[in-house]
Write a new protein. Structure first.
Length: 281
């Protein structure tokens, strides 16, 4: 009797790789809200410098790519096109996360830092420091591009984010929320220590899915907002370009990514990992 057999021999673990044991995995304690001792540690400042340099390089390469595509208008086939812009953003995140993950965690994005802070993966002290350094790096990266190629930079509108013609501010906000959710959820999943302990027999390079998520989100939302999902990226471009176009919709590129990051943190920590419920057991 199939039904009797199913009732007698119930599936106690899901099939697939999740059926493996947790290999004595223990949930790490949440990071303290304030950790003054970090301020006297060189590793703390080294991590901030790594975030600064990574965001600087990120803005430099991606804005130059945008300029190259805009310069080939109206024949975008003469350049890498929108797909090339998406690859530039995704590829740079892949490379920079790979380079800085062991130093700072490779956030390169205030929204990622905010999401990880909400999940208590880092202290408020470090989160604020990272966001400041990311924004400064973005400003310097955009500034270097303008300093080298001011004419093409101005003609390309500085690579600023704004809601494109034919879309509403609500469309832009929604695109940024969902796009950042995809990114931050991927970050949580790719860096989940429990998954690494459970599925160590399945090799995974965390920067790869993160970079690929950035690439896919850009393919989907470049026509809507130019794609930010990174407040530092939008701030650096807006400050250096410094025109109304860069500031009119700027709030969208802070509010949207922060909401998306918060939703991803809640979804991963509460729904997927059920960490609050485990702590009560």
């Amino acid at each position: 009797d199939v039904k009797l057999g199913a009732n007698k021999f119930t599936e106690r673990q899901p099939l697939g790789t999740a059926a493996q044991t947790d290999k004595d995995y223990k949930e790490p304690p949440p990071a303290p809200l304030f950790e003054p001792g970090e301020l006297s540690s060189w590793s703390f400042y080294r991590a901030g410098i790594a975030e600064f340099m990574a965001t600087l390089l990120f803005l430099y390469i991606t804005i130059l790519t945008i300029m190259g595509v805009n310069r080939s208008t109206p024949n975008k086939c003469a350049s890498v096109g929108i797909q090339g812009i998406a690859w530039a953003f995704g590829g740079m995140i892949f490379a920079l996360v790979y380079c800085t993950a062991g130093i700072s965690g490779g956030h390169i994005n205030p929204a990622v830092t905010f999401g990880l802070f909400l999940a208590r993966k880092l202290s408020l002290t470090r989160a604020v420091f990272y966001i400041v350094m990311q924004c400064l790096g973005a400003i310097c990266g955009a500034g270097i591009v303008k300093g080298f190629e001011k004419g093409p930079y101005e003609r390309s509108k500085g690579g600023v984010n704004y809601v494109q013609h034919g879309y509403t501010k609500g469309d832009g906000l929604g695109a940024e929320i969902v796009g950042t959710f995809v990114l931050v959820y991927t970050v949580f999943s790719a860096t989940d220590a429990k998954r690494n302990a459970r599925d160590s027999h399945v090799p995974i390079l965390a920067p790869l899915p993160i970079g690929f998520a950035v690439f896919l989100v850009h393919l989907a939302t470049i026509p809507i907002t130019g794609t930010s999902i990174n407040p530092a990226r939008s701030l650096g471009a807006a400050i250096i370009y410094n025109r109304d176009l860069g500031w009119d919709d700027h709030w969208i590129f802070w509010v949207g990514p922060f909401i998306g990051a918060a939703l991803a943190a809640v979804y991963h920590q509460i729904v997927i990992r059920a960490i609050p419920f485990k702590s009560r057991a």
